[in-house]
Design a protein around this ligand. Structure first.
Ligand code: GLU
Length: 478
């Protein structure tokens, strides 16, 4: 049975990097008919909070990366929070300690720091081969009773090579001498990451450990612990880092980094799902719009790239637009509601909103652009009168253009909009430059440099409002 997992620490909101890792774990598990598990790594009680756990789980649910087992979904390998698994860790720590495979280290922070600095100074790797590694249990007890501060370390092998095969990076080798006696717990009931993760992966029967490349240096440590405890080694796949457009590691400097922020900005979960799937993977051809079901069919770890994956916001904008265009107007109107809420007070009918959205749907990139793009449908536009000027028109020419529009509107008010547009077009053609009639008209209606075309707007505003806005524009020149 294929079982994959993510193990986020609830010390911040759901990060794009974690979401991408979750997605690859999910796609792989689903493709193989396996299970995807979310467990919460909250051993650092000071930095962990339920608020962040909620954000992480809600973000995954929003993206429809559904967990088969999690603190909320439950499952038979639970509990799924490390803080609730203390007994399991303790048992396994005791096995290592009593077998002489782990030991109590009584060095103070200061001593360790000094050792590190002196090693660095003499250009040696900062590896701690602990003086306490051979201390027997009785002596350790005496030290502990004397209230000496301690941590628990793994007694590493000397001069050993650790091999493993990474499904993305191929065969890798690490030297135990460059790892040293690494720490595995702060106390018997406070395990540290490398130890807890190994116990969790074993007890949750994780078959594939798919995680960020930043964990590569942890893997040999985890393999040593797996061997020491007689556990089964999962398969490993380390995903490339996500980079900003400048090729440095994605960070706040590049813009939003949490999934929640993208939701707030009006990106659709389907678009995020699709976009993130291409962060380090592609189907082997140039297809990019790949909905969830298709991605599950196509995904393979072999096609994950080794080099960093660039997070290109322009591509996300484009892709989001594509997904927006796949929505029905009813769906789009439902999705847009939170973004237009300031305009929706009062009696705006559903059809009215849908008509407005139909105008914007073909060019919209994200839902949060809607208020700025559609406000003039809901309230009178405000603008500088200079905006009404097309090219080098004089004030008088603008006034007469507006007057002409008002006149044409009055004469043809019973015409259908398409016919009305024809009348305007014919008139504009006579003027030699369509902009002379259409630009002031469009700006008078929208108050914007860029907007939908004037007749798209008139269709929604109606003749009366259109005439009123033209008259208002005209007044700016009186
Ligand atoms: N808490 C770690 C992280 O979120 C888990 C790493 C792992 O998958 O082993 O990066």
């Amino acid at each position: 049975m294929i079982r994959t997992r993510i193990a986020p620490s609830p010390t911040g909101n759901l990060h794009i990097g974690t979401a991408r890792t979750a997605l690859f774990n999910y796609l792989f598990a689903k493709k193989m008919g396996g299970k995807f598990i979310v467990r919460i790594e909250d051993t650092d009680l000071e930095r962990s909070s339920r608020k962040f756990e909620k954000d992480i789980l809600a973000g995954l649910a929003w993206l429809s990366i559904e967990a088969d087992e999690s603190p909320v979904a439950g499952g038979k390998f639970g509990p799924y929070r490390q803080s609730e698994r203390t007994e399991t860790y303790r048992k396994n720590l005791e096995i290592l300690l009593s077998g002489g495979l782990a030991f109590y280290c009584f060095h103070s922070q200061k001593e360790l720091l000094e050792e590190r600095e002196s090693l660095m100074k003499s250009k040696k790797p900062p590896v701690h081969l602990c003086e306490y590694r051979n201390m027997g249990p009785q002596e350790s007890e005496i030290f502990k009773e004397a209230k000496r501060d301690y941590i628990i370390r793994f007694k590493n092998h000397v001069g050993r090579q650790i091999f493993f095969h990474d499904l993305i990076r191929g065969d890798l080798t690490f030297e135990s001498d460059l790892i040293g006696d690494f720490s595995i717990a702060k106390r018997i009931d406070i395990p540290l990451y490398n130890f807890a993760v190994v116990v969790d992966d074993e007890t949750m029967q994780i078959s594939h450990c798919i995680r960020g490349e930043d964990h590569l240096s942890n893997t040999p440590k985890q393999i040593l612990l797996i061997e020491a405890l007689g556990f089964k080694k999962p398969k490993y796949a380390h995903l490339p880092l996500i980079l900003g457009l400048d090729r440095s590691k994605l960070s706040k400097r590049h813009g939003a980094t949490s999934v929640g922020e993208y939701k707030e900005m009006g990106y659709l979960p389907e678009a995020m799902f699709n976009f993130m799937s291409l962060l380090g993977w592609n189907p082997g051809d140039d297809r990019e719009i790949l909905p969830k079901e298709e991605l599950i069919k196509l995904f393979s770890l072999e096609k994950v790239q080794k080099s960093g994956a660039i997070f290109d916001i322009n591509k996300l904008d484009w892709m989001n637009g594509e997904y927006i265009r796949r929505k029905s107007l009813a769906e789009l109107s439902e999705l847009s509601r939170p973004f237009l809420k300031n305009f929706l007070r009062g009696s705006k009918s559903k059809e009215h909103i849908e008509k407005i959205l139909a105008v914007e749907q073909p060019r919209l990139k994200k839902l949060s652009d809607l208020p700025e793009k559609t406000d003039y449908f809901f309230k009178e536009p405000k603008y500088e009168r200079g905006l009404l000027r097309w090219k080098k028109m004089t004030d008088d020419e603008i006034s007469s253009s507006l007057n002409l529009a008002i006149g044409l509107l009055k004469e043809n008010k019973s015409l259908e909009i398409e016919k009305l547009e024809k009348v305007f077009l014919e008139e504009a053609q006579k003027m030699g430059d369509r902009g002379l009639l259409f630009w002031p008209l469009r700006v008078a209606l929208s108050g914007k440099e860029a907007s939908a075309g004037p007749f798209e707007i008139i269709k929604i505003l109606g003749i009366e409002k259109t005439a009123a806005r033209l008259k208002y524009a005209l007044k700016l020149f009186s």
